[in-house]
Design a protein around this ligand. Structure first.
Ligand SMILES: [Zn+2]
Length: 80
């Protein structure tokens, strides 16, 4: 019997938030994404493994994980 399993990673953009970059000092807004990882069985997502919010600097590409509370405080309208 052949069992095909793996991981599925998806990103959903949530907009821009007002946050400066701690690495390059870029003062502008950063994009906020919701990244989810799920266990898949026969290419069907069956079990959520990880869910987190990340910001990405448009200048240097640095990503940073933030909490939902912090995202709401910084002006994100929808944090899923
Ligand atoms: Zn940066």
């Amino acid at each position: 019997m052949l069992v095909i399993f793996g991981l599925s990673r998806k990103e959903r953009p949530l907009g821009l938030i007002a946050l400066g970059c701690a690495v390059c000092g870029h003062p502008g807004p950063q994009s906020l994404v919701h990244r989810r990882t799920r266990f898949t069985l026969f290419f069907v997502p069956v079990l959520p493994l990880r869910s987190r919010l990340e910001t990405r600097c448009p200048q240097c590409g640095t990503t940073r994980t933030i909490t939902r509370t912090e995202a709401r405080r910084l002006g994100a309208d929808q944090t899923a």
